[in-house]
Design a protein around this ligand. Structure first.
Ligand SMILES: C[S@@+](CC[C@H](N)C(=O)[O-])C[C@H]1O[C@@H](n2cnc3c(N)ncnc32)[C@H](O)[C@@H]1O
Ligand SMILES: [Zn+2]
Length: 290
């Protein structure tokens, strides 16, 4: 499988997490050999690309955070059913409404295994995905390489400390991942766009009804931006039918309920071969001031 490399737009926005220097690619001519990002600071910091093409910007010895390998596998298997494709299409169209695909970098903050990032790259946006989970970023890189795009790249890093230059991003998408408003404001260019996706009141009600005796609507997100101006919003609602026990388990594993549910309640999903549930996602768009 071909290894993905950062295009010019992506490379120019990355900045060395140690000295804030600019990066260039080193060893790019070696098809299967080592390729690194080399900074132009005095100490010439060097970050090797993995075999699937991502860069790990976390300090050495930092224990792996974010989603586990099993959680990433469950998410990948569920998203590959395309049951969330109407949400992904709505996200892509919403972004395209506010930004032309060739007009700068789109950063996917908390990109997971790259389902949405790949669809944004397919639409022509230059995409840089960040996630704390190495397993997620590895899966995202492989997804992007399989799709054969040259406008997507992934890094292991925290959304609270993004190794990108100030004012370098045209847009940031933040889908069901922690929202780091201050860091996003630093990274966004003037009048840059932040698109936050989160669960609407009815999201996965059918799944909740299958588990719990009493259910209530989802609350809104507590960490929505407070300093930026909201300029647009879209709510996407439809029903899905999840057809196998394995995919029901995958969907369950993607939710916060997976960790909060008692073994007795979780057991109620065992042997269930079909689950009808609502999908309800909200896409809120914010703009950075001049
Ligand atoms: C619910 S998943 C959503 C993934 C992806 N956006 C999607 O919708 O498919 C949340 C993701 O946020 C990542 N995450 C959690 N804390 C993070 C942080 N501080 N910085 C970057 N990623 C983080 C997790 O590893 C996980 O992949
Ligand atoms: Zn450096």
């Amino acid at each position: 499988m071909k290894r993905i490399l950062p295009n010019k737009t992506i490379l120019n926005s990355l900045s060395c997490p140690i000295c804030s220097g600019n990066f260039s690619l080193k060893g790019v001519e070696l098809e299967r050999g080592s390729i690194s990002l080399l900074c132009d600071g005095v100490r010439k910091h060097c970050y090797d690309l993995s075999s699937s093409g991502y860069v790990n910007f976390m300090p050495p010895g930092h224990s792996d955070g974010g989603d586990s390998k099993a959680a990433v596998r469950a998410r990948t298997e569920f998203l590959n059913t395309d049951l969330y494709r109407p949400c992904a299409d709505a996200l892509t169209e919403m972004l395209a409404k506010h930004l032309a695909p060739n007009d700068g970098l789109v950063l996917d903050a908390g990109c997971g295994e790259g389902y949405y990032t790949e669809l944004l790259a397919r639409k022509g946006f230059s995409c840089l995905g960040f996630d704390l989970s190495r397993a997620a970023v590895d899966a995202a890189s492989k997804r992007m390489a399989r799709a054969d795009h040259d406008n997507g790249f992934f890094c292991v890093g925290s959304v609270f400390e993004l190794p990108v230059a100030e004012n370098s991003c045209a847009a940031i998408v933040n889908i069901f991942a922690p929202c780091a408003e201050n860091e996003f404001l630093r990274a966004l260019r003037s009048r840059g766009i932040l698109l936050v996706a989160y669960a609407g009141p009815e999201h996965l009600m059918g799944l909740k009804r299958a588990i719990y005796n009493t259910t209530k609507e989802n609350d809104g997100r507590a960490d929505l931006p407070k300093q930026m101006k909201q300029i647009d919003e879209l709510r996407v609602r439809y029903s899905i039918s999840v057809k196998t026990e394995a995919q029901i388990q995958n969907l369950f594993a993607m939710t916060p309920y997976y960790w909060r549910t008692s073994p007795t309640d979780a057991e109620k999903l065992r042997g269930l071969n079909e689950l009808d549930t609502e999908v309800d996602m909200i896409f809120s768009v914010y703009r950075k001031d001049e």
